[in-house]
Each structure stands twice: as C-alpha cells, then as structure tokens.
Design a protein around this ligand. Sequence first.
Ligand SMILES: Nc1ncnc2c1ncn2[C@@H]1O[C@H](COP(=O)(O)OP(=O)(O)OP(=O)(O)O)[C@@H](O)[C@H]1O
Ligand SMILES: [Mg+2]
Length: 652
Amino acid sequence: MLSQLSASLSHYSLSSFPSLTALFLRGPLLSPFPSKPPPSLLSSTSKSIRKFRLYPSNPHKPQPRPSSLVSNSYREVSMDSPSMNTDLSVESVTDDLKKQSLGEGRVKLNLEDLTWDHSFVRELPGDPRTDTMPREVLHACYTKVSPSAEVENPQLVAWSDSVAELLDLDPKEFERPDFPLIFSGASPLVGGMPYAQCYGGHQFGMWAGQLGDGRAITLGEILNSKSERWELQLKGAGKTPYSRFADGLAVLRSSIREFLCSESMQSLGIPTTRALCLVMTGKYVSRDMFYDGNPKDEPGAIVCRVAQSFLRFGSYQIHASRGKEDLDIVRTLADYTIKHHFPHIENMSKSESLSFNIGEVDGSVVDLTSNKYAAWIVEVAERTASLVARWQGVGFTHGVLNTDNMSVLGLTIDYGPFGFLDAFDPSYTPNTTDLPGRRYCFANQPDIGLWNIAQFASTLSAAQLINDKETNYAMERYGTKFMDEYQAIMTRKLGLPKYNKQLISKLLNNMAVDKVDYTNFFRLLSNIKADPSIPEDELLIPLKAVLLDIGKERKEAWTSWVQTYIQELCASGISNEDRKASMNSVNPKYILRNYLCQSAIDAAEQGDFGEVRRLLKVMQRPYDEQPGLQKYARLPPAWAYRPGVCMLSCSS
Ligand SMILES: Nc1ncnc2c1ncn2[C@@H]1O[C@H](COP(=O)(O)OP(=O)(O)OP(=O)(O)O)[C@@H](O)[C@H]1O
Ligand SMILES: [Mg+2]
C-alpha cells in the first residue's frame, strides 16, 4: 500500500498551514538538514488523500438549520475502518496504576541512599565547556552546569507520594528541613551530576535552530529496585548555555500548572512526565505575561520533573541539522536511546516481543527485524499516535506541539499553555501565541503529531538510519494506530458495543453547535438507560445539566440523537449498570480545568498552598465520584474567561 499518509501530509500542509506550505514546497531550500528530506515527504497530492477528519469543520461559522447541519457540515472520517482494538490500553494503564498504589513491599530510601547512574553523561559526547555563556554548543549532547537559581527561605508547596514511590524514596523525606533547599538546587543532591541537554526544534512549523534546556537542569538518573531508570530534572533552576536571551527561571503560576497537570495526566491514564515536588524559591521573577509592556514580579518556583528520559525529537534533529560532521551523533544518540529505553528492539532478533515486525508499504514488505532504527521509529510513531488519541479522548490541548516538545518515549512533555476543553470547540487553542492560525488547536493535534513524526523521520533518514520505505511505513503506522485507538476510545466513551462513525459524528457536531461541556457531557451520558419506552419529553432529562439554554429546534436534534443512541444500546445487550461502570472508568468526572488551576494559583501566591494540595488529591482520582467534592466538577464561572485563565501565552 502506497504511503497515503505521507501524501496526505503534504496535502494538509498545503491547505491548512501556510507556514508548512512554505516548508514543504521549498523543503530543500528551507531545510535545516544537509540532505533532502525523503521524497515521500514531499510527494505531490495526486495520490489519494487521507486526513484525520474527526470534528465538525467550522463551528464558528453561522450554523445552517439543524436538519441540514447534521448531514452537511460534518466532515467524513475518510480513513479505512481499522480493526477494532477492544483491549483498550487506557484500561490497562489504570490497572497498572491501581496495582502501583497498593504499595506492596515498598522500598523506602533516604535521599542519600538513592542509586544513581549517569549513563547520559557517560555514554554521550559532552560540551568541554561548563560555563553558562549563551552560545551554540557543537558536537555535544549536553553541557555540565549546576543549578544557580537564587533562593531565600525556599518552601515546599506540593509533592507527590506516588512519584516518591517510583524512586523508592521514603515519603518522610519530604518533611526534611533541607528538602526545599535541595530541590531548589541551592544544596547539591548527593550523587547527582547535573547537566543541561542540547536540542533543537521546529517551532510553529519553522526550523528554530538550537534551543536546549534553557531552564531545566537534569540531576542524573536514579535506578530503582525494579531496575527502572528515572531521570530527575529541576525546571526553573537557572541559566544554562541554552538560555539564549532569557533568565533560566520559572514562576509559581506556571510551575503549579505543570506540577498539577503532570500528576493529573498520570491518573487519567495518559503517558506523561511526572513531578516529584514543587518548591517556591522565595525570590521574585519578572514576567510580562500579556506582552503589554507591563511586567509583573511573580514568585519564582522550581518543579522537580521525573521521566524515564526527557529526550525529544529535537534532541536528534539538532545534530542532523549541523551537517555531515554531526550525523554520527544522531546514530550514537539513537543507539543510546534504543539500548536504554527500547531494549526489546535492541534484543529484537532474540525476542518475539515485536508484534509489528513485518509490514507492508507501497506494495512491498518492510522487515523491521533487519533494521533496529526502523523498528524504533515505528514504535515512536505508534506511541505518539496513541498519546494523541488519548489527548483527544479527554479533551486535552497541549498548546505548543513544537518538535522540541515531542517526547521520543511518547510522553506528554512541557505543560505550558495547555488546556482541557470546557465547551466543545474543535478549534480551541489555549495558547494566545497561536492565534489566529490555531496551528495547535484541539482538532489539529492528530495531524500535527504526524507532521512532527515526519520531521523526526527526516532526521533519521538524513543520518541514513532509515530508508524511504521505512519512513513511509512509520508514518502509515502512525495513522493506523491513531485511528484504531481514537475509535476505540470514542466507542468506550459512548458505551457502544462497536464503533459507530455516524452516531459519533452527529454527537460531536451537536456538541460543537451547542457548546456542550466535553467532560460533564460524557459523564452524564452514562445515566441514559437502554429503554425504548422512555417518553420523548423525558429523554433529555439525564443531560439537562449540560444542555443549557437550547431552543426547541436544538432540543429536537438532541432528542433524535438520543433516540438513535438508545436503539444502539438496546441492541448491545449490555446491562445499564455494567455500561455505566465501564463508561465512568473512561469518562473522567474531574479534570484540571484552567479555572481550578487559577484558583489554586491565586491562593498559593497569597501564601496558602492548601488548594494546590487539595486539587492534587482530587485529580489523583478523576474517575471516582468523590462525594462532597462535586464543586471540582463544576462548569467554569464567568471570571474564568478573563485573559490569563483560559488563554495563556508561552511566557512563564
Ligand atoms: N525562562 C526561560 N529561561 C531560559 N530559557 C527558557 C525560558 N523559557 C523557555 N526557555 C527555553 O525556550 C525554549 C522553548 O521553550 P518551551 O516553553 O518549549 O520550554 P520550557 O517550558 O522551558 O521547557 P520544557 O520543554 O523542558 O518543558 C526551550 O529551549 C526552553 O528551555
Ligand atoms: Mg519546551
């Protein structure tokens, strides 16, 4: 099968994003890379086009009459219908979480007794200089630098017991008087060997050159008792050679958002970097949040992030962009990544663990067992697709999907101006910097994931690690995996026995027209009974809290949808109780709405950290009813629409 996805990539880049048009049409001219991107990535639009058309086309346009609306304004999902993946991995992730939280046989160590490893520093080329003068760092993956943020009586704002458990850290350590000093970087952590990583990236579709950890400093890797490797990183810990014109610091506002959201995502079952703790430095940092020339002093803060690795697509791109001399570094870094983070691929010939080792693209066979780099990029593509499908499922919009914010492990990374959908709006972007183009809006995330994979593939291709056929195959696997998972997620959200494109399309269209709250709608939907005898005027009662202020015509549209939905449920034969339990296990009751974050930030800025800690507890159980905490499931109040609450810039 020809790579229709790569054809579609060039198609939507031509139609959707002017900046991408430039990049693709003049690829070799604009390309940061020494060799041409693989021809497949530049292929013409003559091949059949597929695109992730999942949402109503333009809910902002004046809507036609409801009857025509349903049939006309919904764009068809034009991908082939994939086989249904009934073993939805969202469930398996939450099962894993439950097992972890039992905490059986837990090892509890002091900070001084953690087992450190420094494989990144040991195995990869480093910068001979250790000063923080802003500069191009060539032929190196990192620079050894120490945290340098100023502190004055730093305070522990919040912490995560479950991350401590990952590290085998005794939670009593959070109570140590010197804990805030250590995790603000003011006192060294025994065993650490700090460094900042060099990476580059495409920002808003254009190659931005060297970026790197401008304010994040890795302390090293901890090996836990299960032989897992966890990297610890302080974000906001001071300047590095990658800080460019900025201060290397982070403010309390953005740090609370990052801390709470990473832990919320984990509890939602979505792969993410984690957060061990959040410390307020006691110093102020100046930020011009609205770029209006009125900078404000905000409390400084540092989050200790934890992930198996913080490698990004841009970590490889930067070396490919520097020409022949550094192409070897792409290979060395890829070898390092596969060895430590994809060991099943390293041992591929010996194991049966790859389920996708033989594939077909453009009518010819791709054998992934013969090239570990091809097997690797296919897995990265699939992990990314699965990640984006899960974002779409809970209404998460990342906000800045540049290639420097794409984790090679398929984790959500960099919680900047993110936002969860309140009212359903496919064109929602939480990022003021992304207006009016809305490149990174909710509906574009699946396409952007593919675009980013194409850039990553282009890097591996430039280093001659993969060929065109393997590139095409990786991109095709992205598409198939995304659609498989997205369809499975939506099917579970509606409690259906199998995917029903028309029913889901009509629902999303109705939700966009009436600006229905995405989270609360799906939670309430599980109260609908599979009973065809319910009188027509009672059908919408379970949904009345989310179908606000809708007129007679819209009521009719919704009634008609609910009738069809009930017919589907009746045919499924699943009991109402079982369906409700299953739906509630994938439709969260509690999500980290921007206004909830803002309330916690406002209190914390006044010195009260209680709300941050309460919010963390609520968001750690998003699928549970949590009686007495209903207020955290409320729709946003009017004040939530003021600038800076639901719309944020990258400035943090
Ligand atoms: N205050 C700052 N000081 C120095 N560098 C910064 C600062 N804010 C952002 N940067 C750098 O600008 C680039 C893009 O920033 P972006 O907002 O994506 O990242 P970030 O939020 O700082 O970090 P991460 O991606 O690690 O979560 C990165 O190289 C980042 O390190
Ligand atoms: Mg970033």
